[in-house]
Design a protein around this ligand. Structure first.
Ligand SMILES: NC(=O)c1ccc[n+]([C@@H]2O[C@H](COP(=O)([O-])OP(=O)(O)OC[C@H]3O[C@@H](n4cnc5c(N)ncnc54)[C@H](O)[C@@H]3O)[C@@H](O)[C@H]2O)c1
Length: 257
């Protein structure tokens, strides 16, 4: 019970890595606030947590909307009095070399992936500052560290999240708040399945090729990242501040040939 009685908000937790983290955090004793844009996915996640004996509730909201996020935080504070963990997980993919990306698409990716970290944090931080305690986990990606073909917009957002994490850590360290980043490699989630389906003629061949990029020889699973998120959320990582945590099957630091 590494998160016993902790109040944890996880954005975009109706699917993939966020959902796996919601399941794991609840198993470890947290009250999980499941946030997502998608009501069906969010309520399904909460039902599954409750069926397994955990404690969770769904609050719909768009991470880019100051109104939605302010209301979400107000609702959590009114009911539970404090917030221990904020996992800024919601994000979308962006495929294409720079000249192929439409300005509107770029705005959407920048908004969800960067502003979507900034806005929930803005409303949660004053409550953590007041209690002089809290853990914020920002979802970056190993793409922040390496060049990958046709991911210009997405890579830019995940690099920004890593930089933002370091600046946030400096500003809030004196309030007892830790801010760290997760840098996953390729993890099999609906996000990646959709990207494979829409970007490659032969998704199976694409998966085989992606696997060769990993030293592990296989892609990651949502639970691999959820376990790293649990570590950052809990006091087990109390000496980690402003750090990137890689869960990438060796993509960043390894070489296969
Ligand atoms: N899957 C990977 O290989 C991988 C690798 C590195 C980083 N990431 C990052 O991990 C995070 C989660 O990815 P995933 O693969 O689990 O994706 P996913 O698509 O399975 O889940 C993302 C969830 O976020 C929700 N969401 C999207 N926009 C939102 C918004 N504006 N407000 C609230 N919720 C919103 C979606 O409805 C969805 O349920 C993303 O930030 C992604 O960039 C994923």
């Amino acid at each position: 019970m590494r998160l016993a009685n902790k109040i944890a908000i996880i954005t975009g937790s109706g699917s993939g890595i966020g959902q796996a983290s919601a399941f794991l955090f609840a198993q470890e004793g947290a009250v999980v606030i499941v946030n997502d844009l998608d009501v069906q996915k969010g309520t399904d996640t909460v039902e599954q947590i409750r069926a397994a004996g955990g404690n969770a509730e769904f609050i719909r909201g768009d991470v880019t909307s100051p109104t939605d996020m302010e209301l979400l935080v107000q609702e959590v504070i009114a009911k539970y009095g404090h917030i221990d963990v904020l996992f800024n997980n919601a994000g979308i993919s962006g495929v294409g070399a720079l000249h192929e990306i439409e300005p509107d698409t770029l705005d959407r990716i920048l908004s969800i992936n960067i502003k979507g970290v900034f806005i929930p944090s803005k409303y949660v931080l004053p409550h953590m500052m007041e209690r002089k305690s809290g853990s914020i986990i920002n979802m970056s990606s190993c793409i922040a560290e390496i060049g990958l073909a046709r991911r210009a917009s997405y890579a830019a957002t995940k690099g920004a999240v890593l930089s933002l994490t370091k600046s946030m850590q400096v500003d809030y360290a004196s309030y007892g708040i830790r801010v760290n980043a997760l840098l996953p490699g390729t993890i099999m989630t609906p996000f990646v399945e959709n990207y494979l389906r829409t970007s490659y003629e032969d998704p199976e061949a694409a998966i085989a090729s992606l696997k060769t990029r990993q030293l592990s020889g296989d892609l990651g699973r949502p639970d691999d990242v959820a376990k790293a998120a649990l570590f950052l959320a809990s006091d087990d990582s109390k000496f980690m501040m402003g750090s990137p945590l890689y869960i990438d099957g060796g993509v960043v630091f390894g070489k296969n040939a």
